[in-house]
Design a binder for this molecule. Sequence first.
Ligand code: GLU
Length: 315
Amino acid sequence: MPSDGRFAPSLGGAGRFAPSPTGPLHLGNLRTALLAWLFARSAGAHFLLRIEDLDPGRSRREHEAGQLADLAALGLDWDGPVVRQSQRRERHRAALEALRASGRVYPCWCTRAEIREAASAPHGAGGAGSGAYPGTCRRLTAAQRAERERSGSPRALRLDAGGERIAFADRLHGTVEAAVDDLVLWRGDDTPAYNLAVVVDDADQRIGEVVRGDDLLDTTPRQLLLQRLLGLEQPAYAHVPLVLGPDGARLAKRHGAVTLADRAAHGEAPADVLAWMARSLGLARAGERVELPLLLERFDPDALPRAATTFRGSP
Ligand code: GLU
């Protein structure tokens, strides 16, 4: 942890679950939701739901409704109204403008394929990890930039991260440190990028601890940099282990019967799925029926497994 004190977590705020409404929640998403709920409720904190519907092409109201119904079927409850990111565009834009005013924002015309290619070249990514942006458009001359502007092709806006290294203490992973690449703030389709929206929303919702899947561990240093540049308080973080399919990849629809509806078609009630999740987290014994109050009693963040769970097709 940096010793300048800027990264002190603001304990005592709310917890949250922030699904993207792009499909039904699967057992991995649901287990993360259960964990986020357990972290918040066991600390006596509020638990908020935020629908991350930034991607207009993939977000659907019917998925949102289905996700809320599935969380409720497991017995998870939340406080206050559900917030949709799409309704917070002005807050996201204000944050973009604040960063622009600091002179650290530049336009980028790179396609995904170009970024992949540049990043895979020797020394291309500047050591900021896989998928990191190598800074191509940061180095454009004024003339090159003007020419691209004239072309009218869509352009994203990126933050000049200055190659900063950021460290933070994760509740489950300990100290994590990474170089931050020039992340996207605003996408070419004129929507806010995930990292910008999430820090603005976590701050506005006074999230004290972010509990989410550990596939997002890599992007957290980007969010910490944005929080610092925007003068936002930093939440604490707990990145929890994922559920994997039998092939070792992150659980997904292609792995078969992985949603509550799929399990119901196999004759399994939400209580059966809850029992499986609890067992996989060391919170229940084989064959034991559990309810949320019992799980709350047993929940100990320090005793959580750190390794992913493989779902083999039946809870
Ligand atoms: N919306 C993201 C997802 O569904 C989660 C983002 C977060 O928890 O910060 O993967």
